[in-house]
Every structure is written in structure tokens, then in C-alpha cells.
Design a protein around this ligand. Sequence first.
Ligand code: FAD
Length: 289
Amino acid sequence: MKTSDLFQKKTVLSFEIFPPKPTADESVIYETLNGLANLQPDFISVTYGAGGGKNGSKTIQIASDIKHQYGIESIAHLPCISLSEQQAIEILDSLQTNGIENILALRGDISPDTKPNGRFCHASDLISFIHERYDFNIIAACYPEGHSESNNMIDDINFLKYKVSCGVSHLITQLFLDNDDFYRFRERAEIAGIHVPIEAGIMPVTNKVQIERMVKLCGIKLPKKFMKMMERYENNPTALRDAGIAYAIDQIVDLISHDADGIHLYTMNNPYVAKKIYEAVHRLLAVHR
Ligand code: FAD
């Protein structure tokens, strides 16, 4: 199923997972999936190592297993910055052979570990390439606080509009901790003429290292309310986890009340956290919009 078909019926709930590290025990991901599958999300997306490197075969395998073994729709992420045209074709052919219908097409982060190939400089280059040659449903990323490299929000929205026009059927946001950023962004997108569903990306912050990494990588803003919570519980891991779950639930309830098209939960491969959130919100998601 193409994930774009899901949004007409209900507020979508989806999960994101990442493949295990090359050195890790591969079976762990299936324990994670057993826990997540019980929650019957609308789809699960699988990240792809920065730069579109060789470990992508795990992304393809896991996305295929989610769909064919667990009977849940899947999305395979695909960052393009390091890919040649030939490599992109090989990966896309493999996704097609594995019966995967949905791709989250990304540029990928630019870092010392990623060597740009020069063929695909922006996600829109990959999206046009896929759209012209294949029948995949294409999803893309967006940034309620603006992308960290962007000069300003106007440029960012204009580039996003172009990206969507290349063949995108729905958008998923980067995590944000202040819903007002999401509402402002959604309004700007609407005014700019971007009319595809926008799923709100929510990350339950359950430890300090995790959020410090995200601030460094994505430059997201930490609201006062959130900082207060971190200060109070940072030395008590169980209390911090519970507070992080409660913060995410509070965000999600507010987003559903404000008619968000969907909630994309960055699960960090943690079924316990996903289950707690699911139990708190799943009946609210089912109420017709
Ligand atoms: P783009 O859409 O190309 O945008 C990047 C920057 O370029 C923005 O500042 C934009 O305004 C600007 N821009 C866009 N088009 C143009 C243009 N034509 N001319 C000039 N400037 C332009 N990374 C991974 O490596 N693997 C993953 O699995 C992964 N999953 C992600 C999932 C989600 C939901 C999100 C939000 C991000 C994910 N990322 C992942 C991170 C992503 O690769 C980075 O955020 C990256 O820096 C930007 O990717 P993009 O696809 O949004 O890029």
C-alpha cells in the first residue's frame, strides 16, 4: 500500500526505527519489531546510514520483513548525497524486487564521513529521478524550525515547495519540542501552496545524551518547559524516562486536537516507550477528524 492512501481515513500513527550497527546482534531488531508490531502502527519507516552507504542492504531487508513478515506497511529511507546514478538504480531496483512501495527520499547530512558524489545534491534531485523512472510512493523530510543550513524560513519553504512538486505525496517533520513551531510551519506551508499531508515527528526524550546529540546535529530549540524537566530529573534515569514519555504524550494530544495529519514517533528502537505512548493516545487517533 502507498502510505499516501492512509491519511484520508484517520490521524496516522507511524514509527521510525534504525537498523542495528554492523557489530550488533541482528536478532535484536526483530525483538524490537515484535514489540512494535503489537501496537499496529499504520507504517514503520527504517532509516538508512548517512550518505547512503553499503549498510543500506539492512534497511532494505528490514523494510521488506516489516511488510511481508509482520504485515505492516513500511517505508525505506534513502539518503542520496553520496550516491552515483548507478548506485541509486541498484538500490531502487533492489527495493522494487523486495516489494517495497514507499521511499523517504533524503539528501543526507553532510559530514566528514560523507563524500558528496555530485549527482544528487538535494533530495529534490533524487525525487525527480525516482518519479521519472519508477512507481514508488515518495515521501520527504521537512523542518518546522527551518533546516539548520537554511538562510531563512522563506527560502526553506520555497525549496520545500519545489521538492514536493517533484513528486512527493507526504511529508514527515524533524522532531520539535514546541508545537507552536509546527503550527506556524504548517500555516506557512499551506500559504505557500504545499497541500500534501504533514506528519509531525515526535521524539520522546528519555535521556540527556540523546537530546544533546539532536541539538548538535539538527539545531532544534529546547523550550523552557522542557529544560525545567531535564534539570529536575537529569540524575534520575527512570524519572527522566517517565517525564520524557509524559512530555511526548502532552505534545501528541495537543497535535491531535489541532488536526495534525499524523504522528511519526521516533521510537529509538524502544518498544517500552512506544507502548506507553500508544496506550495513552491510540483511542484519540481513531476519533474521526
Ligand atoms: P534537502 O531537501 O535537500 O534540503 C537540505 C538543505 O538544502 C535545506 O537547507 C534546503 O532548504 C536546501 N535546499 C533544498 N533544495 C535546494 C536547492 N535546489 N538549492 C539550494 N538549496 C536547497 N539522514 C540520513 O542520512 N538517513 C536517514 O535515514 C534519515 N532519515 C530522516 C528522516 C526524517 C523524517 C528527517 C526529518 C531527516 C532524516 N535524515 C536522515 C536527515 C536528513 O538527511 C538531513 O536533515 C539533511 O541535512 C537534509 O535532508 P533533506 O532531504 O531534507 O535535504
